[in-house]
Design a protein around this ligand. Sequence first.
Ligand SMILES: Cc1cc2nc3c(=O)[nH]c(=O)nc-3n(C[C@H](O)[C@H](O)[C@H](O)COP(=O)(O)OP(=O)(O)OC[C@H]3O[C@@H](n4cnc5c(N)ncnc54)[C@H](O)[C@@H]3O)c2cc1C
Length: 412
Amino acid sequence: MSKIYEFVIIGAGLAGLTCCKKLREKGVENLIVLEKNDAPGGLCTTKVIDGHILDVGGGHFFNSRFPDVLEYVFSHLPKDEFNYYERVSKVEIDGHTIDYPIESNVWQLPLEKRIDYLISIIRNGESLGKPEPQNFEEWIRWKLGDKVCEEYMIPYNEKLWGVMPQEMDVDWLYKIPNVNVREVLQYCLESRQDVTKFPAHIHFYYPKKGGFGCIVDAIAKDEMPFIKCNTKVTLLERRDDLWLINGELQAKNVINTTPWNDLFCALGSPEELREDFSRIRYNRIVVSLYETEYDVNWHWRYVPDKRKPFHREFYISNFAQASKKGGMYLETGEGRFIDNTVQINGASSKGDFITDAAYPIPVLGHKQAITNILTYFRPLRLFGVGRWGQHEYQNADVSMHEAIQFVEQLER
Ligand SMILES: Cc1cc2nc3c(=O)[nH]c(=O)nc-3n(C[C@H](O)[C@H](O)[C@H](O)COP(=O)(O)OP(=O)(O)OC[C@H]3O[C@@H](n4cnc5c(N)ncnc54)[C@H](O)[C@@H]3O)c2cc1C
């Protein structure tokens, strides 16, 4: 039999790479990272195509409220290697482009629409003192009123997630700005918004010399001898207090940073967890690159209109200094994507890239399901870290923070 590793890490995205680095800093050298792709990076991978810098996992921008993550990232890629931007993001409503988020910027809509939106927002369930609902669609109606719900939040989220809003939980909604009716009215009367209400990325860092993947490259550099690429984990068996991986590697501990539902069969389809695994779901997106001309300062724009298949547009050369002018990419939910349907200024895309797994879908019951899975495997020394390991809508900084914390708190 092969040697026994102290740790096998599944997946070389930022969570797996950070676990590897931090374990080594703790003195563990007997470890290996298994990555199914031919290079590390996962969702944070960048490609350069005809001079355009393309973050193939979709639009990625860096910032963090965690000092340990800022320190960690800047110790690998110094702060002066980044540009620092004030976010310029927009929403397209019925052909009108206004600042994000819509509820703070109703004043930018034409007068008739403004009135309709305000009446609807004032009549929302929250301001009428109704109890807080527990599914996404009802919650949005309760919080923002029918109009914002029907013209923006529902179509946008259906396009993004690919599931019906009634199936979705409310535990991820801290991701949307928390603005109440009084504030909506105040911003509208004063024709201004309060950007401190953004949940994330009021300002962001973006590498000067490349794409978001520069962060991965800097972190992965010293870990390469410990990463085995082109190695997909398809079998995880428990043998004599050890894990046997793909029938050949043995490990005392396994750290999973990949979607749990993909590992159900690999783990021998544990019957007692079948129901929980079925609530672990993710979507895929397609990122399509275009070359065009634009004269706007936007970084990205949300597009809820269902007649357009994509849900977000990114104006690359407005944030990636090293990118050729005119680059733009669209994000489309996999289920809505049909080859060559979208042209920009008469031009087809220069390439379409599908993510393996983009967003963990917060279907009703997902939180309890992942808690059950993690609780079941933890005593067997199989752990979950990062966006997929925790099955949580985490940004890259949170995935790195979790990995740092996980290794710090780990008892060996
Ligand atoms: C559209 C989009 C926009 C985003 N925007 C931002 C943003 O602006 N800012 C931000 O900070 N974060 C953003 N994020 C989130 C960020 O991408 C993730 O939080 C972060 O990349 C998670 O890292 P991870 O290592 O946990 O997962 P991943 O990057 O997904 O890494 C998992 C790795 O596991 C590998 N793998 C999968 N299955 C197997 C297997 N069976 N065997 C071996 N290897 C396997 C994969 O190939 C991958 O390399 C965004 C995400 C998406 C989808």
